[in-house]
Ligand binder design. Structure first.
Ligand SMILES: Cc1ncc(COP(=O)(O)O)c(C=O)c1O
Length: 442
């Protein structure tokens, strides 16, 4: 088939798929289709090669096209394609849970499986409620989260989220959520690593306690680094102070590690990089390297014991779960991915590449259109000065970068640079070179 015919076929079939988080009309007029991935690169339907500066959507930590993962999924589908996890189970989910328990902070060793980050967040909301109910504090129905947070798109997660556009059209969200202020401060612009100023913003949790009563709050959810909003690194002392206030008032601290988890910050989880231990952690994305949909909640064993022991013998303890919780193919992918992380030392490798990466990204700050840069580990946010409506310039930059051979996720006017952990220095140079060229043209 000629290239032109193939292209015609593709554009003829675009109308039926309503793309998520996409300007559908603009996309369908000039589609950007990714048809192949290998290592740190994608290829589009025109055969053009693009460097992947955002690991897909922060998922593909071990790089694209890993045969070990494909083979594990293939073998599992032939062996046992599906098994439910209600009252029966697949052995693989236990194996993956044990593997995860080895790398989570000590004691966060009970794993609940879901199919996405959004489902992991909603599962954590329910586990928090079940825990307080089991310990006789069922009045704790409130949650605290933060402005500019992204906790997925299900009603629970949207209620916690603080990204304006994600909430705008959806008024009927979960009640009883208090949003702390976000941690972006003008005086921290271009601060490298953890900003020095801003720890006092954690006192917003104390204000929620003072206003509503600490014993009405079930949990405080934060992304250790707010990722999707454009990488807001926690100020020095901020997460520690949240931990302190939670401890003083019996509030669970939940870290949403959907972006930060699996080496992005140079350790398995950001909780370990920042030295603050939450009571639960949500994860997804790089859990399977993006090769299968999967999310999970790592739960403190004390929470698990409390919920499980409160139920009568032979009775279901947590009335929650998904048809595809612990799907065998996703577990097979997850186990293969954990093998790769371990064998190739990818978390350590991310830590090693971090200074070079951060230096290269921060070098872009002399470009006039660049309004701010923030970063930690192999994660950086580059914010461009808005032009007209918020996000309009970010969208234009994304398209120009794609045309120049780079895939990157922009949210609003912030580009999120997070290359696969297998990237080499030369890939970092390539990414920053393309960014410089395209951003300098504004
Ligand atoms: C911190 C965080 N939580 C939750 C989610 C939602 O994950 P998913 O898109 O897999 O539902 C995301 C997605 O980017 C995220 O960054």
């Amino acid at each position: 088939m000629s290239g032109a015919t193939q292209m015609q076929q593709v554009t003829n079939t675009l109308e039926h798929h309503w793309l998520p988080f996409t300007a559908n009309r603009d996309f369908k007029a000039d589609p950007r289709l990714l048809v192949r991935g290998e290592g740190v690169y994608y290829w589009n339907h025109k055969g053009e090669k693009l460097i992947d500066a955002s690991s897909g959507l922060f998922c593909v930590a071990a790089g694209h096209g890993r045969p070990e993962i494909a083979e594990a999924v293939h073998a599992q589908l032939l062996e046992c394609d599906y098994s439910p996890h209600f009252q029966v189970a697949s052995p693989l989910s236990f194996e993956l849970a044990s593997r995860l328990a080895r790398i989570t902070p000590e004691g966060l060793n009970r794993i609940f499986f879901a199919n996405s980050g959004s489902e992991a967040v909603d599962s954590a909301i329910k586990i928090a409620q079940a825990y307080h109910l089991a310990r006789g504090e069922g009045q704790r129905s409130r949650f605290v989260s933060r402005e500019r947070a992204y906790h997925g798109v299900n009603i629970g997660g949207v209620s916690l989220s603080g990204m304006i556009k994600n909430r705008h059209a959806f008024s009927a969200v979960m009640p009883g959520v208090f949003h702390m202020r976000h941690t972006w401060l003008e005086e921290n612009r271009f601060a490298k690593g953890q900003p020095e100023k801003g720890a006092e913003l954690a006192e917003d949790l104390k204000r929620a306690v003072d206003t509503f009563g600490g014993d009405t709050i079930a949990a405080c959810f934060v992304e250790p680094i707010a990722g999707s909003t454009g990488v807001l690194v926690p100020p020095v002392g901020y997460l520690e102070r949240l931990r302190e206030i939670c401890d003083q008032h019996g509030i669970l601290l939940v870290f949403d590690e959907v972006i930060c988890g699996f080496g992005r910050t140079g350790k398995a989880f950001a909780a370990q990089s920042f030295g603050v231990r939450p009571d639960m952690m949500t994860m997804a994305k790089a859990l399977t390297n993006g090769a299968q949909p999967m999310g999970a909640v790592a739960v403190d064993e004390k929470i698990y014991d409390t919920v499980v022991n409160a139920a009568p013998e032979k009775s279901v303890e947590l009335f929650h779960g998904y048809t595809y919780s612990g799907h065998p193919a996703a577990c097979a992918a997850g186990i293969a991915v954990q093998d790769i992380y371990q064998r190739e030392g990818l978390f350590e490798r991310a830590a090693e590449l971090t200074p070079y990466f951060q230096e290269a990204v921060f070098d872009l700050q002399d470009i006039p259109v660049v309004a701010d840069i923030r970063g930690y580990g192999l994660l950086a946010g580059i914010e461009v000065a808005a032009d007209g409506a918020p996000g309009a310039r970010g969208y234009d930059v994304t398209k120009r970068l794609f045309a120049r051979g780079m895939h990157i996720k922009f949210t609003g006017d912030s580009g999120i640079v997070s290359p696969p952990l297998v990237a080499e220095r030369a890939h970092v140079d390539e990414i920053c070179g393309i960014l410089r060229e395209v951003l300098s043209a504004y």
